[in-house]
Design a protein around this ligand. Structure first.
Ligand SMILES: Cc1ncc(COP(=O)(O)O)c(C=O)c1O
Length: 448
């Protein structure tokens, strides 16, 4: 009997053959599958009956817990009323309402929202808006985009080009969009290992943008895109003053600042957006994931009002922005979004995330000194534990701890040798603390 059948009698390797899984070790997975059967609240139930605490809120996207009854009800109701509505030359009212609610939550009530279906699409949309905006205002030479090393902006052609993760780029090098440059990342362990919250060292790294501007000339640069906190590459927290400095330099040179808030948007840092948490306003904001608790794919871009108005200058019978998706503002996704924002407000869940943040901070940093741990980082209700790699086998240590954590009833996320956690906002203090104790046991169970 092969490993698949041992674990799941009805999941033969043949049954798992057809799905080429994303960002997965396909062969390892299919030899020893981990099949999720259901989810409720902060827990997944696997097909073999094990119950796992959802340490990363899905993939950073389900902070309200799974199958929240009010979201489920809203989607079911929508399905009975209007299953699909074209968004090209037609509209349905709830989409306008959701756009307005999002701008209010962001504290930018005059701004505009363009809906898409994923974080990747939100990034490519924001890049298009940036370049087209400069063109519309007569500065068509501003086409260059500046990303950042270790940035993750999804997997679209724009997103991988401005992103800073080598494995996501090297296979597709000839497809990259031209004219991209990168800021250095800010992670400097010698200066900031075990920082509690924001590191105090490193604001000066933003001045690298001045060097890039001097190299290319501001007249060629459309936008800078950064995640306020780099989530996917391991909760890399911006040094104090860094984002403020980036903002100043962008403003000085007429460069748009794009915050990719696909992870930080909708409460992860205990404030509605990362922009609120860090006190820095971008010109364009991308979002996805938690906007509707990931119930139905949804993302979008918030654009400053005057950026939108810049497009609204030609003859009114002309389409102003040649961009959009069949599923932009899909009624089911919008219904889930409205219900999510209602639940967040009624149950004060962003405040709850803020209240849990110090609990997570204290608990996580208590892992300092445990086997293999070489750094711990945290901000808001998110954190990462960096592990010393197994010699010659990068990534292996994290896989081992991940598997031991599953034995402890925890589903954590790993990338490289970094473990990331971002618990659901609905978690109790005891759940957050026992997650960290489970991680401690998992770390101790793996050979150094
Ligand atoms: C900052 C950021 N941008 C974009 C994306 C891509 O989102 P999606 O996987 O929905 O395309 C992610 C996904 O984790 C992300 O963290």
């Amino acid at each position: 009997m092969n490993a698949v059948n041992q674990l799941h009698p009805d999941a033969s390797e043949e049954a798992l053959r057809a799905w080429w899984m994303p960002f997965t070790h396909n062969r390892m997975f299919k030899a020893k599958p981990r099949l999720i059967a259901s989810a409720k609240g902060a827990y997944f139930t696997l097909k073999d009956g094990r119950r796992l605490y959802d340490c990363l809120s899905g993939l950073w996207c389900s902070p309200l817990g799974h199958s929240h009854p009010r979201i489920v009800e809203a989607v079911k109701r929508q399905l009975d009323t209007l299953d699909f509505a074209p968004s090209f030359q037609m509209g349905h009212e709830p989409a306008f309402e959701l756009a307005s609610r999002i701008t209010q939550l962001a504290g930018r009530p005059n701004d505009r929202v363009f809906f898409v279906n994923s974080g990747s699409e939100s990034v490519d949309t924001a890049l298009k808006i940036a370049v087209a905006y400069h063109r519309a205002r007569g500065e068509a030479s501003r086409t260059r985009i500046i990303g950042r090393e270790r940035g993750y902006h999804g997997v679209g052609m724009g997103g991988i080009s401005v992103g800073g993760i080598a494995p996501n780029r090297k296979m597709f090098a000839p497809l990259m969009i031209p004219g991209v440059d990168h800021l250095p990342h800010t992670y400097t362990p010698a200066e900031m290992a075990y920082s509690v919250g924001q590191p105090t060292w490193g604001a000066h790294l933003a001045d690298e943008l001045e060097r890039i501007v001097a190299l290319h000339d501001a007249s060629t640069i459309a936008a800078v895109i950064v995640e306020p906190m780099q989530g996917s590459t391991g909760v890399i927290v911006p040094p104090k003053g860094y984002l403020q400095r980036l903002r100043e330099i962008c403003t000085k040179h007429g460069i748009l600042l794009i915050f990719d808030e696909v992870i930080t948007g909708f409460g992860r840092l205990g404030m509605p957006f990362g922009a609120d948490f860090f006190g820095v306003q971008p010109d364009l904001t991308t979002f996805a994931k938690a906007v509707n608790n990931a119930t139905v794919p949804l993302g979008g871009v918030i654009a400053r009002d005057d950026i939108y108005e810049t497009f609204m200058t030609g003859p009114a019978h002309m389409i102003e922005f040649f961009h959009g998706y069949t599923y932009s503002a899909h009624p089911l996704a919008v219904a889930a979004g409205l219900a999510t924002l209602d639940v967040m407000a009624d149950e004060k869940l962003i405040d709850k995330a803020a209240a849990l943040a110090p609990v997570l901070e204290r608990a996580l940093h208590s892992l300092r000194g445990e086997p293999s741990v070489i750094d711990i980082r945290n901000i808001g209700l998110a954190g990462a534990i960096e592990l010393a790699p197994v010699a010659g086998k990068p990534g292996m240590k994290a896989i081992q701890v991940f598997e031991k954590a599953m034995d402890e009833g925890l589903l954590v996320r790993f990338s490289g040798d970094i473990l990331a956690v971002a618990p659901p906002f609905i978690s109790s203090v005891a759940e957050v603390e026992s997650m960290v104790e489970g991680l401690r046991r998992a770390l101790r169970a793996v050979p150094v």
